[in-house]
Design a protein around this ligand. Sequence first.
Ligand SMILES: [Ca+2]
Ligand SMILES: [Ca+2]
Ligand SMILES: [Ca+2]
Ligand SMILES: [Ca+2]
Length: 302
Amino acid sequence: MLIHPTFVLNTRIRTFVVLTLGLLVLLGACKKDSGEERRDPREQLVTDESDLQAYLQTHFYNYEDFEAAPEDYSLRITLDTIAGDNSNKTPLIDQVVSQWVDVTYQGETIPHKMYYLVAREGRGENPTKVDSTYIRYSGNLLDGTSFDKRETPIWFDLTSVVTGFREGVPHIKAGSYTVNNDGTFEFYDFGQGIIFMPSGLGYFDRAQGFVPQYAPLIFRISLYTFNTADHDGDGIPSMLEDLDGDGNPFNDDTDEDGTANMYDRDDDNDGVLTIDEYDTNNDGIPDDSNNDGIPDYLDDTV
Ligand SMILES: [Ca+2]
Ligand SMILES: [Ca+2]
Ligand SMILES: [Ca+2]
Ligand SMILES: [Ca+2]
């Protein structure tokens, strides 16, 4: 999926983002209101789950528009209350899929439940949770407040967004595109979906712009395309550095030097960069020169 034109676009737009937008979905810039004890994440989870349930039971999305015009790529996902003329609509709760995501607070692992829904099945591939994605999105609170919105698609490295966003986007498939004569892109066949997350997968106690503390979040997303990311540039895509296969590439650290393999350019800390010992004969199979079953890039004895 590494395509030259998008890569160029990627670099340019990402720089723009970092410099000018101070993106809300980015983690970092922690602002904590003073004077108040941080709430217990387990208790907050119960409150958030109850609020999310209430929302999903009383709201619907414009699924009929997507059923009626599956090829209309200008369609946006809209959310509305089930009431009045809309009282016969199918509630979101009957359409969402739930997913458990572990969050670690002060050494304790707490499973968080989030929900997602695919409104339009894209025809491309699914990104992984550590890829670089080109998306249009809008973020809302449960009361409808819009706190962040991008009409023009933008590149996001999924490693640098809030957890619920990172976990939700891989359920959506990318699309295809054509390049116009003037160099602009036309996207089609892309997937669209919605993510509903408790505050613990969002900003939790870090108020951000229009997002108050402890706010569950809703993101509507269109995934145009993505690039497979290799954060350390060692030739191994970041997701493939998830050696224990638990779906989490952030917790694999072969040489136990404190840097996860996906960010480590010398994964076994033997002084030879991974890229120089991974597959030197280019046969597509990681080298294992002493045939001990441990590839050279993870074997500090070779
Ligand atoms: Ca890598
Ligand atoms: Ca792992
Ligand atoms: Ca590595
Ligand atoms: Ca090495």
